[in-house]
Design a protein around this ligand. Structure first.
Ligand SMILES: [Zn+2]
Length: 353
């Protein structure tokens, strides 16, 4: 064997050892599976149909608003292509967070798609943030990152995450990971690895279309966006008993409802539009046979209106968002408010904590 051949073999051996070491090092950081992930099957062609069944942490599924958690704030880092951004300041926009690093080939493979999404949807309300969480030493050299961003013609904001704070708070464990937030800053979609590009675009389009619809409004505090439906629509949605109370100001017979005797911890929502109305913490035993509370969860969430139907005046309580009738409020309640919100069980929907 010539010296030249020996040198070549030595170089090949050395390179192999290096690349194995690199893979091992990447995997060592990941808690679950390989750190750098190649294409995964797109399992969610019908994601939009399975919306309500979505689990909060399921991957590749559009998470329903009520199951979605608000994303943690981005940790501080050095920004490229933008002044420093916060997720709080991006409320009202759909945010696509791409956890990547410029040395990861799987991440590089996704870049054409991510750049296309930026070009197509930036003006329509999408902000892409590339969070660069490095693994290898050279990936934490800002100059190298800056060069890579320029060389790859990345135009969207990129922020460094050198101490992995954003990575950890988002519960990420592999490159690349995509997390998509809705206009309220809630995590609505997650994907690890390459692929699922069509799904991601569908999710973006769906979330961009949200915002003026009830599903995108928070159920916690009334935001001023009322829901108006025709009687026919309400009839279709509600049971006859619920329709009678909510839409025709009926009253259920005492001791017949589901919640007068409910002692579980949780919240009571409008049975028509899911606005949050009362907490179990303010529920008390009134002995009337109707669920009774001394306070609404938020003054904004209910409308109180004088009602003289029976020749004497009572104060009617309506849902602020859909104006459905819920019951009445009287001034003979317990401390600290002295009020008794006397509600119809059928107008409420209880959700256990
Ligand atoms: Zn309502």
């Amino acid at each position: 064997m010539s010296n030249k051949t020996l040198v070549i073999i030595a170089v090949i051996l050395f390179a192999t050892v290096l690349s194995v070491a690199a893979v091992w090092k990447r995997s060592a950081k990941s808690n679950a599976g390989p750190a750098s992930v190649a294409e995964q099957p797109d399992i969610s062609s019908d994601i939009m149909a399975s919306n309500d069944a979505a689990m909060p942490n399921a991957e590749d599924v559009l998470i329903a608003p009520k199951n979605a958690k608000v994303a943690p704030e981005l940790a501080e880092g050095k920004w490229i292509n933008s002044d420093p951004l916060t997720l709080a300041s991006l409320r009202g926009r759909v945010v696509f967070v791409d956890f990547w690093t410029f040395g990861c080939s799987n991440c590089i493979n996704t870049l054409p798609t991510v750049k296309n999404l930026d070009a197509e949807y930036r003006d329509k309300g999408l902000t892409i943030v590339g969070v660069e969480t490095p693994e290898l030493e050279n990936e934490r050299v800002f100059e190298y990152l800056n060069n890579a961003v320029k060389a790859r013609e990345i135009k969207y904001p990129v922020v460094t995450d050198y101490d992995s704070k954003t990575w950890e708070s988002f519960g990420v464990n592999a490159w690349p990971t995509v997390v998509i937030l809705d206009k309220q800053g809630r995590i609505r979609y997650r994907h690890v690895g390459e692929g699922a590009y069509d799904t991601q675009e569908k999710v973006i389009r769906t979330l961009l279309a949200e915002g003026d619809t009830a599903s995108a409004s928070s159920d916690d505090v009334f935001d001023g966006k009322t829901i108006v439906k025709t009687d026919e629509e309400w009839r279709k949605q509600l049971t006859p008993a619920a329709y009678n109370v909510l839409r025709e100001e009926g009253t259920e017979r005492p001791f017949t409802g589901e919640y007068a005797d409910n002692h579980q911890d949780g919240d009571y929502y409008c049975a028509a539009c899911h606005m949050k109305l009362f907490s179990s913490k303010t529920k008390f035993e009134s002995g009337t046979g109707w669920p009774s509370f001394f306070q609404a969860i938020n003054k904004k969430n209910v409308i109180e209106k004088t009602d003289s139907t029976f020749g004497f005046s009572r104060t009617e309580v309506l849902c602020a968002r859909c104006h459905s009738h819920l019951g009445h409020v009287f001034e003979d309640g317990p401390k600290p408010t002295g009020l008794r919100y006397c509600m119809n069980s059928v107008a409420l929907k209880f959700e256990k904590k």
